[in-house]
Design a protein around this ligand. Structure first.
Ligand code: PCA
Length: 141
């Protein structure tokens, strides 16, 4: 079992949650211990936590328990196999409900691959109906 902290479209009710995380145990709202820039970028308005600790905000997201066999599809969605994709790394997070920080996986992208930034850094990503999920992009382009 893996702990995965999600801050973007993998959160409950967001576009990529049901296809990739349906039925996985929700472990509550959490916040990163370190600050990171959370921005949207590119023509698909992709939310992205930039691997640039110390800038931006302590970021809010949701923690889930993810079995090993569910990780490959999530990693593929986040383009971990591509040079400019996200990387599933660990960071410390803190429960909103209180308690000690602990480590969880999080998808981060190297700052030099985050081009065409469309928003100022925020502490929480809110639902954006104009986000275009990867599976739908072929229909637009
Ligand atoms: N999905 C992942 C990373 C960015 C995104 O949209 C998440 O929600 O954490």
């Amino acid at each position: 079992m893996n702990l995965v902290f999600v801050y973007g479209t993998l959160k409950r009710g967001f576009q990529n949650h049901s296809p990739y995380m349906d039925g996985l145990p929700f472990k509550g709202r959490h916040r990163t211990v370190e600050m990171f820039p959370l921005v949207t970028f590119g023509e698909w308005l992709t939310p992205c936590l930039m691997n640039d600790p110390g800038k931006g905000h302590r970021v809010w997201g949701e923690l889930f328990e993810v079995p090993h066999d569910r990780l490959p599809a999530m990693d593929h969605l986040e383009e971990c196999h591509l040079p400019d994709g996200y990387r599933r790394l660990t960071t410390h997070i803190e429960p909103e409900a209180g308690g000690e920080p602990f480590e969880a996986f999080v998808y981060l992208r190297a700052p030099h691959f985050v081009v065409d930034i469309r928003s100022a850094p925020v502490e929480e990503y809110h639902f954006d109906a104009t986000y275009v999920a990867p599976a739908l992009r072929y229909a637009i382009r």
